[in-house]
Design a protein around this ligand. Sequence first.
Ligand code: G3I
Length: 365
Amino acid sequence: MLSRRALLAGLVGLAGVAALPMIGMFLAANRSLAEAAAGRGRFFGSALTSSDLAADDAYSRVLLDQCDVLVPEWQLKWGALAKSIEAPADFAQVDAIVQTARSLGKKMRGHTLLWHEHMPQGLADLTQGADWDRYVVPHFNQLLDRYADDFFHWDVVNEAIEPRDGQPGFMRDTPFYRMLGPDYVAEAFRLAHNLAPNAKLYLNDYNICYADSWQNDRRAGVLRLLEKLVTAGVPVHGFGIQGHLDTRFSFNDRVFADFLDAVTDMGLELAITELDVREADDPGGLTIAARQQRAADEVSKVLSIALDYKALSGVTTWGLADKRSWLRSARDLPDNQGLPYDDLLSATPMRAALADLFSRSPTRG
Ligand code: G3I
């Protein structure tokens, strides 16, 4: 098979200067998503597991070819590292991912230090301030002593907002909230910064992008929390918009841009951290090709706004191919079309959309 370089030489030899626009299109279509993003000073990556990398198969090759940032999808979570709050942590699977990333010069996003799901046994029952020092602080020490310099971003607190919990500021009622009240978020960021001073520290949350009225309170809760952290001088550097997009919801450019303006006006970075598209339960007779195009259009709608911000540091998808999507198992959508590569690892229209979105976006300073 002709290499890209040989093909390029042939094109120039044949058609000379007239080939330049075609060469530009050839390069754009053949650059990896990481190269397209890096060309604008941003990163592109995906969530994965140690078994994805260990398989050394077509999927791991697409992952490593397309991504310059790797995110452990679940193996870095507290409940995946330790069976219970009294049990020792087993870092073997994360060590394997870190080793591969280091050997290939890939960056890593740390997901996530505190989350109310995938917790070790016993954590959900904790309610006292003393539990923070007894269990949470050692968890941070263990993780960040081991990996501080391996992860350039950390999702320090994941999903801190839940309006349905009825708490002040739309805070989610989690074990961490019960231990220290709303100040647990500031404590977590201060602790993470002391242990990993070179990492960028992110707050991460979901259902932020759409104009559906129930997302207004979610956006308000995030902004109130970020304002409190920034005003108090807490070392928070960015906000991660998970970006689990959904063809059932209604999008409004202005509503989303107003939120992004409010976050970036605080001097914070942005990242799209878990990009994928959830389709409606009933595909409505659409062909697979039409559904893939619909998913690509959903990504273009949202990312054409987000990528307009130089504060947007990068994009990571939640898996790279549909056959690996959590939506297929956890949401029982057996043929959901929501990622840049399909079940046969062919590029979907979403891949082309992402490459085009990066190439049209302003270059970050
Ligand atoms: O594959 C192992 C199996 O070998 C093992 O025996 C079994 C024992 O529990 O676990 C299996 O792994 C499961 C893994 O998904 C792979 O399917 C884990 O149990 C299960 O907890 C894990 O779920 C992950 C979930 O977070 C909880 O950590 C999903 O993969 C992951 O996509 C999902 O990601 C979350 C983000 O962290 C936060 N935003 C929402 C997003 C989707 O829920």
